[in-house]
Design a protein around this ligand. Structure first.
Ligand code: ZN
Length: 269
């Protein structure tokens, strides 16, 4: 399966077009198609970046209309680089799309149709999971700490607790920083090795000149999904790197705090 760039009503986004995904509206945003001024130009979906709430609201309405989700049914977290996957229902839906999340967690899970799981990223790896058989969806935000701690596996385990069979689960790993741009000190490889063991080596490349390392976070997250029983054919990985495509995405690594935030969403239809 592939993640394909699409466009609807002038708003580009990335999503899986495979018919197996048809029961779950979903998508990964870019920085394009919104109304916010620089440096959040233009589709900022982050509520804590100092953007005008009116802009934020309009951006959510545009993005949700493009991907087919309901802007009045968003559930958000306050992301803290944890491995907490929070089960949610309609009772957790935000008052309005621009309302910031306050519950500290980095993942969301639901089996209720009409609830739009929403996570945020700006280099970190966004992961969407969908079981078309049990009808269950999850979303997770995986920075390097989340990747090292295996938040992707925690999300699959949470789905399994709700009765999903891992072999039925489809995964979409969205745009995020690629190994081309993610240069780290030894702490990141050490974190991955501590949890993934020898399997981490495939995602770590030493850079002899600088003494640093190039790390493939998307690959490490995909490995966690396979370890929890997903089949390789069910894991779609978006090759787009946020840090080397600043015309399409924002990158925390390159731009620091002066930027907007992308979002990923999934909603059972
Ligand atoms: Zn790159």
């Amino acid at each position: 399966m592939d993640i394909i760039r699409q466009q609807c009503h002038g708003v580009p986004f990335y999503a899986c077009t495979d018919p197996a995904w048809a029961g779950a509206a979903h998508g990964f945003s870019t920085r394009l198609g919104g109304v916010s001024p620089a440096p959040m130009d233009s589709l900022n979906l982050g509520a804590s970046r100092g953007d005008d709430p009116e802009n934020l609201r309009e951006n959510f309405i545009r993005f949700c209309a493009a991907v087919g989700t309901d802007a009045d049914a968003l559930v958000k977290n306050q992301q803290v680089h944890s491995t907490i996957i929070r089960p949610v229902t309609r009772a957790d839906v935000m008052e309005s799309p621009e309302t910031p999340g306050t519950f500290e967690a980095d993942g969301l899970i639901t089996d209720e149709p009409g609830v739009c799981l929403t996570i945020f990223s700006g280099d970190c790896i966004p992961i969407l999971l969908y079981d078309p058989v049990r009808r269950c969806a999850a979303a997770a935000h995986a920075g390097w700490r989340g990747a090292a701690a295996g938040i992707a596996a925690r999300a699959v385990e949470a789905m399994r607790d709700l009765g999903c069979r891992p072999e039925n689960i489809l995964a979409a790993i969205g745009p995020g920083i690629g190994p081309c741009c993610f240069e780290t000190h030894a702490d990141v490889p050490a974190g991955l090795r501590a949890s993934l063991g020898a399997e981490a080596e495939a995602f770590i490349r030493p850079l002899p000149k600088s003494g640093k390392f190039s790390v493939d976070l998307k690959g490490a997250n995909a490995r966690w999904l396979e370890r929890t029983g997903l089949t390789r054919e069910h894991i779609a990985v978006c090759p787009a790197c946020t840090a080397c495509n600043l015309d399409i995405f924002w990158s925390h690594r390159v731009q620091g705090g002066r930027r907007g935030s992308m979002a990923a969403m999934i909603q059972l239809l």
